[in-house]
Design a protein around this ligand. Structure first.
Ligand SMILES: Cc1cc2nc3c(=O)[nH]c(=O)nc-3n(C[C@H](O)[C@H](O)[C@H](O)COP(=O)(O)OP(=O)(O)OC[C@H]3O[C@@H](n4cnc5c(N)ncnc54)[C@H](O)[C@@H]3O)c2cc1C
Length: 353
């Protein structure tokens, strides 16, 4: 029989962030991961504390930046990987009204440190933007695929990763601990992304899911070194390759690349860039989105040693470290969760359990 403080189900961004909390606090744990979901493996990895559609600050944007980016930098050192690429985002302005709105927003308290007040012109002949760009600073991307792979490999080397599906029916609840097959643990934390739909303990929560798809292009003459945002993001990857994405489809919940999404991305891309390119890959995944667009964090209303860390939506890079730390402090130090992330806000739905 093996004894651990925690058993974690799922090793996407949520699982990685929670395991980091555990490692830093010298708690023992084991992770189950079955590769049934792809969100963290296919994500564009953008971090941006603003909302470019409305020119506003994102929910807890600056605070999340201060919590999350240092964690990724620590992981770079620990795992000997390079995952953080800081680059400005250039948001295409579509008309004079867009330009005016940008200038007003760039002067707003809370936004002025991120949005540049001058409208930028692109000297890149391959880029079509007659009304210029608004530039957002302190932004960039985390290579989430590389992060999750390196983290999994590190856990595997330490004997802490079981590459198999977690079987919910095998949980046996005892007075102060839990048994799962040949494991005894104090707590189980479910970090399953959209996979939570199969979890009989937490599938009462209103997680909706939103399929997203991305392309990788090779465009030898594009020569971009910033991230462009128009209908789509264009993110430089190096060696003339670019990520282009993403689509949002709340109806479909599979992780299979579709012709329809590819056409949609290419149509939007062709309004922004004028140069030859070749599509080299196409990926899809399901974002764990929630009706009120806030994370799902906390303890099960009836099963006191079962917890959830989910609902990271389309901003998992920034939210995961904050949500993981909040849950850890809640479990270990009884620190209250922020009401907006606590699953207690759905206590009406829990009444039917
Ligand atoms: C196309 C696309 C682009 C995106 N771009 C961005 C972006 O630019 N910036 C950003 O911040 N976010 C982005 N996101 C969102 C981001 O990917 C998610 O917020 C984040 O990855 C969710 O992480 P997670 O760990 O909660 O879920 P997941 O990544 O889905 O991880 C859950 C893990 O649990 C495992 N699992 C599930 N059930 C079981 C089980 N029963 N047993 C064992 N293992 C199980 C799955 O295999 C999976 O690995 C994007 C998402 C998509 C799809």
């Amino acid at each position: 029989m093996k004894h651990y403080d925690y058993l974690i189900v799922g090793l996407g961004l949520a699982g990685v962030a929670f395991c980091e909390q555990l490692q830093k606090s010298n708690r023992s744990f084991v992770v189950f991961e079955d590769s049934s979901q792809q969100s963290s493996k296919v994500a564009a990895g953008l971090y941006n504390p603003t909302v470019l559609k409305r020119f506003t600050v994102a929910w807890r944007g600056p605070e999340l930046m201060m919590k999350s980016i240092p964690m990724y930098r620590e992981l770079e050192k620990k795992l000997q990987i390079q995952i953080d690429s800081q680059r400005s985002i250039w948001r295409k302005l579509n008309n004079v009204s867009d330009q005016n709105n940008w200038l007003v927003a760039s002067d707003q308290p809370g936004l002025e440190s991120f949005l540049e007040s001058e409208i930028a012109e692109s000297s890149n002949a391959s880029v079509h933007a007659p009304f210029g760009f608004g530039v957002v600073n302190q932004t960039g991307t985390i290579d989430t695929r590389q992060l999750v792979a390196a983290y999994a490999s590190d856990l595997k080397n330490k004997g802490l990763l079981r590459e198999t599906s977690f079987v919910y029916e095998d949980i046996v609840e005892e007075e102060t601990s839990l048994m799962y097959q040949s494991i005894r643990c104090k707590h189980i934390v479910f970090c399953e992304g959209y996979g939570v739909k199969k979890n009989p303990f937490f599938n009462y929560l209103p997680l909706k899911g939103n399929k997203g798809e991305l392309l990788v292009l090779k465009a030898p003459n594009l020569n971009l070194d910033v991230i462009l945002k128009a209908g789509v993001f264009v993110i430089p990857l190096g060696e003339d390759c670019y990520k282009v994405g993403a689509t949002y489809n709340p109806m479909n919940k599979d992780s299979i690349p579709s012709r329809e999404a590819k056409d949609d991305l290419l149509n939007k891309l062709l309004k922004l860039i004028k140069t030859d390119f070749k599509v080299v890959s196409h990926v899809a995944g399901v974002r764990p989105t929630v009706v009120d667009r806030k994370p799902l964090v906390g303890r099960h209303p009836k099963h006191k040693n079962l917890y959830i860390l989910n609902g990271l939506g389309s901003r998992g890079v920034l939210i995961a470290p904050f949500a993981a730390q909040s849950l850890f402090e809640n479990i270990e130090n009884k620190k209250a969760l922020a009401a907006e992330i606590d699953i207690q806000r759905f206590s009406d739905a829990a009444l039917a359990l």
